[in-house]
Design a protein around this ligand. Sequence first.
Ligand code: PFF
Length: 510
Amino acid sequence: MTVERGTWRSKLGFILAASGSAIGLGNIVFFSANAYKFGAGAFYVPYFVALFVIGLPIMILELGLGRFTRRSLPESLRMIDGPRGEFAGWFGILNATIITMYYITILGWAVGMLVGSFSSLWQPSAVPAFGLDAGVLNNSMSYFFNMISEYNTIAFVALVWALNMVVVFWGTRSIEAVVKIFVPLMWVFMIVLILRGVTLPGGMQGVFLLFTPNFSVMSDPEVWQGAFSQMFFTLSLGFGIMTTYASYLPKDSDDVGNASSICFMNCSFEFIAGLAIFSLLFAFAIAPKASTLSMMFFVVPEGIAAFPFAVKLFGILFFVLLIMAGLTSSVSLVEALIAAVLDKFPHAGRKRVVALVAAIGMTGSIAFAWPMVIDKGLASDGTLGLSLLDMFDHWVFQYGLMICGLLECVLVGWVYDVDKVLAHINETSSIKLGGKFKVLIRYIVPAIIIFVIGWNLITQELMQGLYGTSFELSGANWLPWLVFAGWLGFALGGAFLLTRLTDTNSEGAA
Ligand code: PFF
């Protein structure tokens, strides 16, 4: 059965959608948190190495796979290596599904903070969360923890799911319409934040710090590990998101040109976001903490609360920016899952698949938003939902992403004929790739990924114990093990089952 697949109306629509996927929460806060943690200016060196050695080659590879096979990840890898390839593809898609679930929970909380911006968030009177001493928590921290420990916050998460459903409902048509408005607007909002940041007294000092390298950190493998993981996450690589979006492109599209444009847009946004965040934090001598959530919900808001005027306005601007950037990323995750299911079960129909994906996804997002307080002293994450989110993020982000990238390189570089893939990419690309690309895909990228996975395993799981076992969990000490088993069961078990199911539409094989 031939599937009615979408197509982008214009090249611009595709570039905006793909860069909208790449530009997300990772760019606005995670980059600055990492840059601060890893020696400020010196972070640019591993960052650029990661961009050219890992980011750009895998982006080209994922775009090439999608454009050429015109299928989402599992089907396109199936064309390369049969059921083994399909299994790898589903493993990627199911890891992406877990990210989708908690990414949308985080966006739901951002909506909650936006709503709070219109009421009491910016008034220095928030009731300290969990009865903790007001000196321990700043105002936005208290607001945040009070909010996530209330059941009605789940409504914000449901709202973000509803928005995602609307945006993906008509496929490329509706996605394109939304990114055409949101992506340019994100740039405008970010520029406004930069102008505000650098004109604050002392703001420029933060910018200088961002450019002052501390090269002593370069010999620390953790800095390199940080840069490589950041590159995967920020460019939305590893999960076949770009493969799905490229599968809606005309067959003669330029992979290398498209990959370069997406990487350029993403990294320049990240770079200017660094200017905004560093300037506004350093104007108030606030140190960025190395976690996306703390940056989003307490550190940057603390800086904004100290603005001399228009606190509410800038607070609203910041949360709207986060929501727009997050939504254009989450729809790419949701669409990748929908496309993968539709490619496998073409007769199911888009509407039914959208409803199914939303039902499963929303259930997961609600679990991650579950407000039950299990850690009143806030020694770790406070609520059950946030603890689950933290643990699942650890497995998917530190391992899932990397394993998927490794599988893609091994399948294309070793199992399939890398020369054939190269020839397909070169056929339509303006810049021709040579032997260096082959060396990267076959040797260098896999070696780096194996190093990062090994490093994480040794320094975290072996030296510190399974992730989460040191958390305050009110006696639920089995939870980290359950999460670990849950991740493996969902991603590996699910991939196995989905691959075994027949009804595969493998028409149009390469
Ligand atoms: N690139 C997005 C960000 O920087 O926030 C997040 C993301 C989207 C990660 C899609 C992975 C993904 F597959």
